[in-house]
Ligand binder design. Sequence first.
Ligand code: CA
Ligand code: CA
Ligand code: CA
Ligand code: CA
Length: 439
Amino acid sequence: MQEKHGKPILYKKLNIPEELLTTSKDEDGNMQTYGGDVRIGDLDGDDQVDFLIFRNTDGTKPVFMAAFNLDGRILWKVGDDGLQPVRPGPAAIHDIDADGKTEVICLFHNPDIESKPDELKDVVVQIRSGQTGEVKKEAAPPELTNRSGSGPNWVHQRILLANFRGNEKPRDFVIKLGDTLVAFDDDLNVLWKYTTKWNEYGKCSAYIPSVGDINGDGKDEVNGGYYLISAEGDPLWEKQLGWHMDSVAITQWDKGNMRAICSGFGHVMDHEGNVILKLSEEIVPHGQEARVANFLPDSEGPEMIIRYNAHNTDVIVVSNKGEVLRKFNLNYSPNNTGMEVVYWNGPDKAAILYNGGMLFDGYGNQVYVMPELPEPVGPSRMGWYHCIPADVCGDKREELVLYNPWDRYIYIYTPEPLDPEKFSGYRPEARQYNPRLMD
Ligand SMILES: [Ca+2]
Ligand SMILES: [Ca+2]
Ligand SMILES: [Ca+2]
Ligand SMILES: [Ca+2]
C-alpha cells in the first residue's frame, strides 16, 4: 500500500535581507551574491522559525553571523564580511543551558591572534544569546586552539548537541576537528577529547559523526564509523570497518534496537562492536550517504537508503533483516549529496526522501518536483539546495526548508492542504539543531 503524498506548495520564498548579503567569486570564477551557511531554530522564542546565516574566513572560521525571522526582519548581526564556508560549518541553535531561551553555539574568529589558515589558534568557542547575538560565554581551550589540519577530513567542522552528563535535555556538544573529537558542557568546560588513529583519505572515520543514546542509559554516545565513544569519552569499540566511512547515525534498526549505522561497506553495529549487518564492499563500494527511516509502508520498518557508489545517483533500499529490497537512481544534483529523510505525511507515516529539489518514495518513484525552485546557482560542486526538514507551519507534517549557500533565498515547501489554523507553533527538534545537510 503506497501513501498519498500531499502536493508541495511554495509556502514562502524568503529573501535573505539585502544588508546581510555579500558578493564574491565562487570557485568556478563566477560572481555570486549570497547569504552563506544557514541554520534554523526559534531564536527569539515567539514559536516561529528563525534563520541564522554565517560566513567564514580561512574556509572554516566564522567571522560574520546574523539572524532574521520569517518576515525577513533582522534580529541581530555581528562581525563583518566573510566568505562562503567551504562546508556546512560550526554553528548550532539550541537552548543549551535549559533556561527556556535559545542560544547560538559556535566557533568564531579572533582577529587579535595570528594564525595560519589551517590552524585554530585564532578561534574561540562561544555561546551567544539567540535573541541579541551577544556573547554569553567564550573560551579558547588548548584542545580547540592547538588543532590544525587540512583536506576533506578537516573542513567538516560541525557542532553536534549531545547529552553527555545525563541531564533532562542535551546541554553538551561535541565537535570533530580533523582526527579529534572535543566535547564541551554548557559552561564551555572541556569534558573530554578523543583522537582516532585513522586519518587518511578514504580510510578515515566519518567526516561528520553522529550522536545518540545507543545503550539506553540516558546519555549519548558518539558514532564515528570507526569508533563508538561513550558519554565519558572512552572508546566502546574501535574498528576500521570499511573504506569511505562517509555517513553514520545512531538510530533504531532491528526490532527497535538502537544501533550504530556505518556506511562504509554497509555496516550496522551494536554498542559492543558486534556486527549486526555487513552488506560487503561489492554491494557498497563507497557508502556516501545512509538514511534510516520507515520508507516502505508495506514492509516492517525501518529501512536504510544508502547512496552506495560515491558521488553518484545510485541508491539501494535495505531492510532491517539485511535484504536489498530495491535499487534505483535519484535525480542528479551538484555534488550528489544532500539526500534527507522527510516526514512529509506526518510523524507516524512512512517517510519519503528529499534529493536535489525532488521527493522520492522508498519504491523509487519520483513523487514531486518542488515548484518554482530555480536551477541552483554557484560552483558546479557546492551550489545546491541543502534541506532541513521541520514542522514550521500548518499541521504536524514536516516542511522542507531549502537553501543554496551560494544564493540569496530560502524556500519553504509545505504539503497540501495547508491549514494555518492547525499550526500550534514551531518546536525545534534534533532534526534541526543537529541537521545532517550533507555527508
Ligand atoms: Ca522565532
Ligand atoms: Ca538558554
Ligand atoms: Ca548511552
Ligand atoms: Ca507542517
